[in-house]
Design a protein around this ligand. Structure first.
Ligand SMILES: [Zn+2]
Length: 193
């Protein structure tokens, strides 16, 4: 259980509370170790509660799309590389997760090439996020999309250094108010693509 959680945290979970943030505190953006082979990406909405989540899904994609990077995120209804989804994972340690398989919840799978094998689904965990503001929902999903693009976790104590890949939503959003890609995030995406 413990090992499983640690692996999950590394590959794409926005932890709920600062206490669960790993001790490692890299000084600069860390790669996840898996990314897409192209920056020209298509995403689809796999949203059940469209009233609460479709707009945040579209804005989350737009935030990355609008960054000064090669990344393009076009909304489609089929043939997506990324599905943005709302699900209920219950009272677990994360309020967001990135998993492999556009239509599945399987563990992330990275091909030997270093690219996502089957596409990615990025989740809100509605157990928590149903109570979040629109902006806080963005903070979670922009973070998860960062994992989809290939960014790993970061941990910073000073809000001036906290970026969207900060592990915990408490530090990232409640304390530091970050809900869009920051300069460090953008720099690293430019290094990957
Ligand atoms: Zn994460």
């Amino acid at each position: 259980m413990k090992k499983s959680r640690a692996v999950t945290a590394l590959v794409g979970v926005a932890a709920m509370v600062a206490a669960t943030v790993p001790a490692a505190a890299p000084a600069s953006a860390a790669p996840l170790g898996c990314q897409f082979s192209t920056p020209n990406l298509k995403w689809k909405a796999s949203i059940s509660n469209t009233a609460a989540y479709l707009n945040p899904a579209q804005w989350s994609a737009k935030y990355w799309h609008d960054t000064p990077t090669p990344v393009i995120l076009t909304q489609v209804t089929s043939g997506a590389n990324i599905a943005i989804a709302d699900g209920n994972f219950g009272n677990v340690t994360f309020d967001g997760a990135t998993r492999s398989g556009v239509d599945q919840t399987q563990a992330p799978s990275c091909a030997s090439t270093g690219y996502w094998a089957t596409g990615v689904v990025t989740w809100w965990n509605r157990y928590f996020t149903d109570d979040y503001s629109g902006q806080k929902k963005l903070s979670v999903m922009v973070h998860e999309l960062g994992h989809a693009l290939g960014l790993g976790h970061e941990s910073h104590s000073s809000c001036s250094s906290v970026n969207i890949m900060e592990t915990g939503t408490y530090q990232r959003y409640d304390v530091c108010g970050k809900y869009a890609p920051q300069a460090a995030d953008i720099n690293y995406v430019n290094a990957l693509y």
